[in-house]
Design a protein around this ligand. Structure first.
Ligand SMILES: *Cc1c(COP(=O)(O)O)cnc(C)c1O
Length: 398
């Protein structure tokens, strides 16, 4: 438990009468973590941050001096990065890009555009010519394989709306090689097949598969490949399973022949979750404790409208209890001891549940729960205005 947050909760209680509800982002923690990640990365590799995991501007600013650039998947995300830096390299991916997005991508000078379909590529070639703008593309490929690590979220290996299946590579290259096209330039390939893989060895195998495939395509089609983007998907453990071993991943990669064989080709990674998940805390106060039949429920000021990840994944989100002293009422303070308690939010739906049957030593109304690992895909994927409760406050540890 982060001591700074504990202290901050007590100070907040001394100065306010309302129940606490906030996100705390540890920017210093993120910076240290990324420093360590970079230390072990092989020379040929670069780190980008996929901002959809947490597009908080302060986080983007904190990462700006450390990462090579940012991955975005909409014009909104693109402009957010451009607010922070006019020149930092941007990778622009995502299915269903509109003409206006393709135009804006060229105007904002993205470094590489990830092509997700043949239609998108045809439109891009047409628009680039109209606009007289040059742009570099990576073809996003969805491999047909059952050798990828099995995780909760998979975007590739099986039928999916993301990227191009391998048999379409030839047609994509034909569009790019058409003599009418002088503006859109092939630079390489992009893969992002899964999220939250916890096994470093399997991640290395997956990257090796990507490199092998690219090697084949280079030979078959006579390609000059400058960049291979191997995506994100490095996992964070929300339960007792071991964390993703970044040191092991990078050292296995560094030692592999496939990496040596890259020569001048750059290898990109674009994680989201792994960079920020551990450095966000969702802080919510217990406003009621109730018994229903044989079960206890603690109701929070907050819930899945602020942190939808546990409902989305159906998991029990890890948290700890910060006991507090504030109790301004003339009647007894409800409490439970040595009990299993289900933690729910303030919404009128049974889906608003963050943890089922948490075994607690003691919990009182007014105590504060700190949900750890809430820095990625928590606030940003939530339905903030469902039921009209106030949003949480945002605080930053610098
Ligand atoms: C979401 C996404 C990422 C980041 O994924 P994580 O699992 O958070 O690392 C990277 N690349 C693409 C194309 C994505 O859609």
């Amino acid at each position: 438990m982060n001591r700074q947050i504990e202290r901050w909760i007590h100070e907040w209680h001394e100065q306010n009468s309302e129940p606490i509800c906030a996100y705390v982002y540890d920017l210093a923690g993120i910076r240290n973590h990324v420093h360590k990640m970079l230390e072990t990365m092989p020379e040929q590799t670069s780190l980008f941050y996929a901002i959809k995991a947490n597009p908080d501007k302060r986080i983007i600013e904190a990462l700006l001096p450390l990462v090579k650039g940012f991955e975005v998947a909409s014009i909104g995300e693109l402009l957010l990065v451009r607010e922070v830096s006019k020149s930092v390299p941007i990778l622009f991916g995502g299915p269903g890009k509109k003409d206006m997005e393709l135009e804006a991508a060229m105007k904002e000078g993205v470094a590489y555009l990830h092509v997700e379909s043949l239609l998108e590529l045809r439109k891009l070639v047409m628009l680039a010519k109209e606009w007289n703008r040059h742009t570099q593309v990576l073809l996003r490929i969805n491999l047909r394989t059952n050798t990828l690590p099995q995780t909760k979220i998979t975007m590739g290996g099986r039928p999916s709306p993301f990227g191009l299946d391998e048999p379409f590579i030839e047609e994509a290259l034909a569009i790019l090689r058409d003599e009418e096209n002088e503006h859109v330039h092939f630079s390489g390939f992009h893969f992002h097949s899964l999220s939250n893989n916890l096994r470093a060895e399997l991640h290395v195998d997956m990257v090796h598969l990507y490199l092998q495939k690219v090697e084949q395509w280079k030979r078959s089609y006579g390609l000059d490949v400058q960049v291979i983007n191997a995506g994100g998907g490095f996992g964070v453990s929300y339960e007792d399973t071991p964390e993703f071993d970044w040191q092991l991943f990078t050292s296995m990669l560094a030692e592999s022949e496939a990496l040596q064989a890259l020569k001048d080709t750059q290898l990109f990674f674009e994680p989201g979750r792994f960079i920020v998940a551990d450095y966000g805390y969702y802080v919510a106060e217990v406003v009621d404790i109730k018994q229903s039949q044989d079960q206890f429920f603690a109701v929070l000021r907050g819930g899945t409208h602020h942190n939808r990840l546990p409902a989305s994944w159906g998991h029990n989100h890890p948290f700890c209890v910060v006991p507090t002293v504030r109790w301004p009422y003339p009647f007894p303070r409800p409490e439970v001891d040595k009990a299993k308690v289900t933690i729910v939010g303030e919404l009128c739906t049974p889906k608003d549940r963050l943890h089922t049957d948490a075994e607690l030593e003691s919990l009182r109304v007014g105590d504060v729960l700190v949900f750890e690992k809430s820095g990625a895909y928590c606030w940003t994927i939530s339905h903030h205005d469902f039921l009209g409760h106030p949003h949480p406050e945002f605080y930053y540890i610098t």
